[in-house]
Design a protein around this ligand. Structure first.
Ligand SMILES: [Zn+2]
Ligand SMILES: [Zn+2]
Length: 369
């Protein structure tokens, strides 16, 4: 098998991506060729473009995608040509120290190969026309008409799920909903605060609702994002430029603070606020990211009271279990995905799409093919 297709290639940090032909030849044993139908623009891609996350170049970004299975390697199992799939960015070996402890997000083979942006066999599946290897971000590289992925990265979802909604499940929705359902210990009737209402935060609001939270307080600096949060399940919202979220959390809980705080803004100020806003014995989950070299300061006293702090990067994802559940929740009307899509764009408009994300104008732009 040799196939040539269009991909958005990043050749230099800060440079615009160029849409150009790339070539893939040969499917490895358990590889799957997926025709990409929709791919969301996520902040992690933007961090690679701006250089705050450093990856080898040239590279094809895009790690939140859905498509159709086009061809299977000889050892690929559990899939059929024509299946509709949502792609996971967390392939794992299944037998290392962490996989044995049911922590695929820490899989040693995954962590060793992720920063090199190559598959587990140390190669990339795609090349430029001049023969140079092109890397695939997070084992995907989905800003392209096709992607070659490992068998278990492709999760079958119902065909009635539209691709532009489906793709969101692969990163932002899994991360936010999963943090609330799989990681946090949210009790029925609990007061949950969600700081930051981008795609992950809006998904976390919904996860809190699905987990049975009583009060869900959304916090952001953008009134439009707060309005969206209320549409998807927040019971109240705080514009942090006008009111102090910590004071609000305490006022709504008899002075104690929220039972659970889900932080999805990724700034030192919001990490600090999350610890101040949670009650003694409560739980803080950090989903947001700041530069890896950035120091984050806390008031020591805010750590008192047996508080639990947990960092989560993919919502405790078990894609084979969780993606079909999330797909079904959308089709049943209990999970809102339409509200997260700000724009549909063509692959050729991808640089404009990232500029809009950087300006904070969009929740999700989705490239449709
Ligand atoms: Zn992402
Ligand atoms: Zn492993």
């Amino acid at each position: 098998m040799t196939i040539e297709y269009r991909a958005a290639v990043l050749h230099g940090v800060g440079a615009p991506m160029t849409v150009e032909p790339v070539v893939a030849s040969g499917l490895g044993g358990s590889d799957v060729l997926v025709r990409i139908k929709a791919a969301g623009l996520c902040h992690t891609d933007l961090e690679v473009i701006t250089g705050s996350l450093r990856y080898p170049l040239p590279i094809v970004l895009g790690h939140e995608a859905a498509g159709i299975v086009e061809e299977l390697g000889p050892a690929a199992q559990g899939l059929s040509v024509g299946d509709h799939v949502v792609l996971s960015w967390n392939p794992h070996c299944g037998h290392c120290f962490y996989c044995e402890r049911d922590l695929p997000i820490l899989c040693e083979t995954y962590l060793a190969h992720g920063p090199k942006a190559v598959a587990f066999d140390e190669t990339s599946r795609t090349r430029l026309r001049d023969g140079r290897e092109v890397k695939q971000l997070m084992f995907l590289g989905a800003f392209a008409e096709y992607a070659i992925v490992a068998n278990h990265q492709a999760i079958v979802v119902p065909k009635e799920l539209p691709f532009d909604r489906a793709c969101l499940i692969g990163c932002g929705v899994m991360t936010g909903v999963g943090a609330a359902l799989n990681i946090a210990r949210i009790g029925f009737g609990d007061t949950v605060m969600v700081i930051g209402c981008g795609a992950v935060g809006l998904a976390a609001v919904q996860g809190a609702r699905l987990a049975g939270a009583g009060e869900i307080i959304a916090v952001d600096l953008d009134p439009a994002k707060l309005a969206l949060a209320e549409r998807v399940g927040a019971t109240s919202s705080v514009d942090a430029r006008r009111a102090d979220p910590i004071a609000v959390a305490k006022a709504k809980t008899g002075g104690r603070g929220a039972d659970v705080v889900l932080e999805a803004a990724g700034s030192p100020a919001s990490f600090r606020a999350s610890l101040e806003a949670v009650r003694a014995g409560g739980e803080v989950i950090w989903l947001g990211k700041t530069d890896v070299a950035q120091d984050v300061a806390f008031r020591w006293g805010s750590l008192m009271g047996e508080k639990r702090i947990r960092r989560s990067s993919y919502g405790g994802a078990r894609p084979a279990r969780d993606f079909p559940l999330l797909a079904r929740a959308y089709l049943d009307g209990t999970l809102k995905l339409d509200e997260l899509i700000s724009r549909h764009i063509a692959l050729d408009e991808i640089n404009d799409g990232f500029a809009a994300l950087q300006r904070g104008e969009t929740i999700r732009s989705v490239v449709v093919f």
